[in-house]
Write a protein that binds this ligand. Sequence first.
Ligand code: UGA
Length: 441
Amino acid sequence: MDVAIVGSGYVGLVTAVCLAHIGHSVVCCDNNEDKIKALKSGHVPIYEPGLDDLLAKYLKSGRIAFTTSIGEAAKKATVIFIAVGTPSKKNGDADLTYIENVAREIAKNMDSYKLLVEKSTVPAQTGDRIARTIRLNLPARHKQGKNVTLEFDVASNPEFLREGSAVEDFMHPDRIVIGVESKRAERLLREVYKPLKATVVVTNLATAEMIKHASNSFLATKISFINSVAQICERVGADVEKVAEGMGYDKRIGRAFLNAGIGYGGSCFPKDVDAFVCLAEKSGYDFKILKSVRDVNEHQRESFIRLIEDKLWIIKDKTIAVWGLAFKSNTDDMRSAASLTVIEALQNEGANIQAYDPQAMPNAKKMLKGVKFCHDPYAAAKGADCLLLLTEWDEFKQADMIKTRELMRQAVIFDGRNFFDAKVLGELGFEYYGIGRGGNA
Ligand code: UGA
């Protein structure tokens, strides 16, 4: 099929490349000229495993093309995915300016039936607003003296891709959600995804939008729940890792997303939780659980900082090594990363930060001032009074911890992800502090 994607950020680009991979002919559009230029020459501006190889392959075969013109992208395609940014406004509500602009632009360029598909995470009822914008901006057409209205549909097809495993997630989805208001739209979207042979859940538009809100917010709730449990574990001498394991075998609960740590970050959970709280408020419901999820998440970072202050005693002029800056492993994304909050708080108290991350340093350099960025984990550890593990990169599992201990001034580790084996590090002579590891620390 001929499909178009408007917006070539994480979601848009992965979707475009993967749709080409399953056999479609894709045109991907973005208003950022530099980005389009880079993509045309095969350069992927983000770190996402597997994406660059696929892009190179389909650029070569001509199955994917890039443009800055929405009109051009929409021309041949019947199905147009909208994957532009929906940043947060000051009150936590989603800013849908880009979505409206895109809808207007597509309407102006329409000359045949189109199916517009929301891919960006948007508040429920956005689909209706897109449809209204299209109707208001369709060019007037006349055939044999009569007004002719062009037909179109709007659908919601939320993405559930995780950064760092987005290509894999696209190819093997747990489910595909299709929110439609017509049989024609359902048929087209089923056809798009047919090669994946996945479970398809068909709903109306508002329900599909709600599935996305509810899924991300539920996952964030699981994280805040286990982080709250971790707080109590610490106080009563229990180990949250074992608690999660014990809970996780129960099929009704599951082990996933029960990793205690310094709280969730990234471009999705913090923004989506805010937007859902806002949507609930607008609809007259006080979503208390979700407000607490947010508070617990913030508290998690604060209590990690308090722990460092407590154990390190004096922060001023201390050298603190940081391993990992990205909001999670396998990505270079620094948006709402816990490292930002932790590093800034410690810098404000006079600490010198030496940091290393395998992928996120170019982005981190734009966001963090006064940090010494190092070329490897050992350079970051050299002369440090303590080491903070903030992102769970595999590379750190392979690190030589005896060498690390010898390089450090004081062998103290604060493990914000419960990544290391507390016992092993203890035996190597480290003073180890994890999250909720009362029985092990
Ligand atoms: C999340 C969802 O998992 C995707 O399904 C969704 O498509 C995406 O948001 C989106 O809305 O675009 P992502 O933000 O890439 O994906 O990352 P996750 O793997 O979900 O992790 C989010 C945050 O939670 C990270 O900071 C991670 O470190 C943290 N986390 C995750 C925990 O603290 N504990 C856990 O057990 C799991």
